[in-house]
Design a protein around this ligand. Structure first.
Ligand code: F3S
Ligand code: F3S
Length: 109
């Protein structure tokens, strides 16, 4: 299952963590929700492949520890999403479609 590109309508904003918005539902450590706005990562789908960190030309992503999550115990957090230049490489390379990037979704900065 891929990230829901309409998460802003379909999910509740629960707060912020690691410098980005958190969209629920969450139930840590097993359920962590979607993280970010312009560059959004579904932490419950991410399995720490790492291609997004390697390929992003402007280093938007940073690893964060997520001990106890069933898919992986580190996740790609879009910490520097405001630097994104919409190249879409991360969207293309993620093997599990955990990332959605929307150039129009910048209203929260
Ligand atoms: Fe980087 Fe993805 Fe934006 S690769 S530049 S975060 S579209
Ligand atoms: Fe995760 Fe996909 Fe990146 S699995 S680490 S969001 S390439």
């Amino acid at each position: 299952m891929a990230i829901d590109p309409n998460f802003e309508e379909n999910r509740e904003l629960e707060g912020r963590e690691h410098g980005v918005d958190v969209w629920g539902p969450t139930e840590p450590p097993e359920q962590l929700g979607i993280r970010g706005v312009h560059v959004a990562v579904d932490f419950d789908i991410c399995l720490s492949d790492g291609a997004c960190l390697e390929d992003c030309p402007v280093d938007v992503f940073e690893w964060v520890d997520t001990p106890g999550h069933p898919e992986s115990e580190i996740k790609a957090n879009p910490t520097h999403e405001e630097q994104c230049i919409d190249c879409m490489l991360c969207v293309d390379v993620c093997p599990v479609d955990a990332i959605d990037v929307d150039p129009g979704r910048t209203d929260r900065f």
